[in-house]
Design a protein around this ligand. Structure first.
Ligand code: ATP
Ligand code: MG
Length: 503
């Protein structure tokens, strides 16, 4: 009798143990097995979700990235001091999130949205998850409002629209960051919020960029998110998503946002380091298999919302660094295929003095054409073809000594166009200036101006117009068109200035 009952008790116990599912607090507790290089292996946490926030007994935060049967791979979002075998870990029950709010404008933040500029605490009411699903197709609208970069070569040939993703790609030191910074400077008074995310750069480089933005009064409408090369890889990995979450906050209020990711090559490297530490299998160039998804889910978050969904937009300018101009490497091809076009910067052009060093043949903007203003379209229509023709003829002309007049004039015209596209640092142009200069070049009025005097000529011409024909600049600015009356007035004013210039 007693044997039977103990048998039963045992079987009930066995059954209970088999069906035991930890609930409540117990399911949220775990302990560190080992920790190093910013990654901790944690035992327990049976209910943890991917991307969930966990806190260590020591106060540090972490993010669950690997879900194993018995253990988890957790990224440490901060120093690993004090975290060792046996340290208790608790799940927060929510994904990793960052604070967002208006108060962040003008500030410099770390990869998790905490201020690092010494200007005190930031008071925000809201938090947003760093990883967020990209807006669905029905909530989006066509990209057809221009995002003027103020860089003549780009606005004329590779126009960017609000909500577009345009890649800036090129070797090191070819002026990639300069283009992004110029685009931010040009947003002054354009009702645009700019977010500059620095990933894996030197702290001194970031400080210089912040200084430039401050000097030009651009910090009033900008936020800098910075995870420098000396920050741990997890912070570099998370920084662009933090920037995107902040951008989405503003976009959801119906605002227009410009976000720069400088650069995603270093982001991919940080992710590769993390993945190897998490023992994920390495694939091509030792990057993990999901490195495409790393960038596609980030860049898909940039879009233009339809009116019913607030009408905000987020324009993304990711930057990729190439090695010896090789745009067919793994990460460059990935990001080229995710974005809506690329501005390819070439070292040889840069060193020959053609700055910004935009390679006209390899650059493209796939959706921006719809966003280009009528005024710009009317003056920039044949620019790409003219430049291509010049390049071809220039190579050919090297081998022949006597050229006919037609070829000579074509070469002179092409050269004047290339000279026109040179633009000094931090001098973004207004739409009316771009249109006037392109119109003058198209009318072959700039060919006789020596290249070294062109910059002074441009400024002089704009001053002259502002004084003697302010209506022209206003008309272009207001109507975004170059109608016949405006063109006639422009012709008269430019001819007048040219006569004075020559004498
Ligand atoms: P890195 O690979 O180091 O990030 P980068 O491609 O971002 O470099 P920048 O830092 O933008 O390049 O520019 C490199 C240098 O070229 C800087 O010293 C900058 O002052 C100069 N430069 C960039 N654009 C121009 C320009 N349009 N005119 C004159 N100088 C320029
Ligand atoms: Mg740079």
């Amino acid at each position: 009798m007693s044997n039977l009952s103990s048998e039963r008790i045992l079987s009930v116990l066995r059954e209970e143990i088999k069906n035991y599912r930890p609930a409540g607090e117990a399911a949220r507790q775990g302990a560190v097995l080992r920790c190093g290089d910013g990654v901790a292996t944690v035992y327990g946490l049976p209910q943890a979700m991917y991307g969930e926030l966990v806190t260590f007994e020591t106060g540090q935060a972490g993010m669950v990235l690997n879900l194993g049967e018995k253990d988890m791979g957790v990224l440490l979002l901060g120093s690993e001091e004090g975290v060792r075998e046996g340290t208790h870990v608790t799940c927060a029950g929510e994904p990793v999130s960052v604070p967002v709010g208006e108060a962040m404008l003008g500030r410099v933040l770390d990869g998790l949205g905490r201020p690092i500029d010494g200007k005190g605490e930031i008071k925000t009411a809201e938090r947003r998850p760093v990883e967020n699903k990209a807006p669905g197709v029905v909530t989006r609208e066509e990209v057809n409002v221009p995002m003027q970069t103020g860089i003549l070569a780009i606005d004329a040939m590779f126009p960017i629209g609000r909500g577009q993703r345009e890649l800036i790609i090129g070797d090191r030191q070819t002026g990639k960051t300069a283009i992004a910074v110029d685009a931010i400077l040009n947003q002054k008074g354009q009702d645009m919020i700019c977010i500059y995310v620095a990933i894996g750069q030197k702290a001194s480089t970031v400080a210089k960029i912040v200084g430039t933005l401050e000097r030009h009064g651009a910090m009033d409408y900008s936020v800098v998110v910075s995870a420098t090369a000396s920050d741990p890889a997890p912070l570099q990995y998370i920084a662009p998503y933090t920037g995107a979450a902040l951008g989405e906050y503003f976009m959801d209020q119906g605002k227009d946002v410009l976000i720069v990711y400088d650069d995603l090559s270093k982001h991919a490297q940080a992710y590769r380091a993390i993945s190897l530490l998490l023992h994920r299998p390495p694939g091509r160039e030792a990057y993990p298999g999901d490195v495409f998804y790393l960038h596609s889910r980030l860049l898909e978050r940039a879009c233009r919302r339809s009116k019913e969904y607030g009408g905000g937009s987020m324009t993304a300018l990711p930057i990729i660094e190439t090695l010896a101009g090789d745009i067919s490497a793994y990460i460059p091809t990935n990001v080229i295929s995710i974005t809506d076009g690329q501005i390819f910067l070439e070292s040889s052009l840069f060193f020959s003095g053609q700055r910004p060093a935009v390679n006209v043949g390899l650059s493209v903007s796939r959706v921006g054409g719809k966003a280009q203003t009528k005024a710009m379209k009317s003056v920039a229509g044949t620019l790409r073809v003219d430049l291509a023709q010049y390049r071809e003829m220039e190579a050919f002309a090297q081998f022949s000594s006597d050229l006919d007049e037609a070829t000579k004039s074509m070469l002179a015209y092409g050269k004047s166009l290339y000279d026109l596209l040179k633009q000094p640092l931090y001098h973004p142009m207004s739409l009316s200036k771009e249109v006037v200069l392109l119109w003058a070049a198209g009318q072959k009025l700039l060919q006789d101006i020596p290249a070294e005097k062109l910059e002074a000529f441009k400024d002089g011409l704009m001053d002259h117009l502002a004084q003697h024909a302010p209506g022209v600049l206003e008309a272009i600015h207001e109507t975004k068109k170059l109608d016949e009356a405006t063109e006639a007035a422009l012709r008269e004013a430019v001819t007048g200035y040219l006569a004075g210039w020559a004498s």
